[in-house]
Design a protein around this ligand. Sequence first.
Ligand code: MG
Length: 336
Amino acid sequence: MTDDRVKLAHGAGGPAMRALIRGVLLEGETHAETLAMDDGAAVPFGDRWLVFSSDAHVVQPIFFPGGDIGRLSVSGVVNDLAMMGACDILGLASNVVLEEGFSLDSLRTIQSSVRATCTEAGTRILTGDTKVMRRGEVDGIVLSTAGVGITDRVVRNAGLRPGDAIVVTGTVGDHGLAVLSARNNLGLRGDLRSDVAPLNGLVRAALAVASDAVHAMKDPTRGGVTGALVEMAEKAGVTVVLEEASIPVSHAARAAAEVLGIDPLLVANEGKALLAVARDRVEVVLDALHAHPLGHQAACIGRVVENTGSGAVLLETGFGTRRLLERDSDPLPRIC
Ligand code: MG
């Protein structure tokens, strides 16, 4: 650290956050599973794998078009488990930190959303903890959720291979843009809604048709598609080339991105996955994704090539090629 205080950029999902984790939180750590900094940790469990993940949620506003902090807290951890191949979720733990004065009606609404999202994901909250802070000591509510899942095969976010196709399971940027629009009272017309959803069913459908052909997965949350792919490419030592015209972005998200002056590729998604798939199996995987309600807009958006730099992600725009860079200097806090 060049400075001795935490900055907002340390929570942005980009290089500053990874530096904070490596330089402070993992200082002295030697365990390979921890140092992999994947979406969760996989530990051997009989002849299978137990996958463990946790996620803290501080989104503001707590209710936004398409979801709320309760749906987000379940989807966030379920998706991290699913990204590692663990689509059977054994159960979740939910820790609730409340501010004195928080509305019990709001809490009931959030809890009912937590339960509904658990049902959707085929899991339950098995345990948890509740703390109340004095007024002003926390902003309303913080939800910290952990989960465990089981899988036969662990998928790593570092598994990309040259020749792979890059698939995204639907439109990008919806969650972050919906939250920012609600926070800033933009009053945008159209149906800009967060995509927040548990993806274990969708991922299960893809793995069922081509398990060995799915070489890597990651959900593009903070830092967006660009942030996720830069991290994946760096870890794998490959270059990713995207075709701009094939990246699905809804009209509503594109309009909001223009008003806010933000690239949709840098904005958080909470119901999308990126998959690196063996080129000869990508059509089979796309067919499986398209047949699922959460994947009907899935698209092949690029390819993996041999490394020509240090984990570069390049965007072919039709007019030329430019390198995509992570957002770090101007973070979007409290998006998830
Ligand atoms: Mg993740």
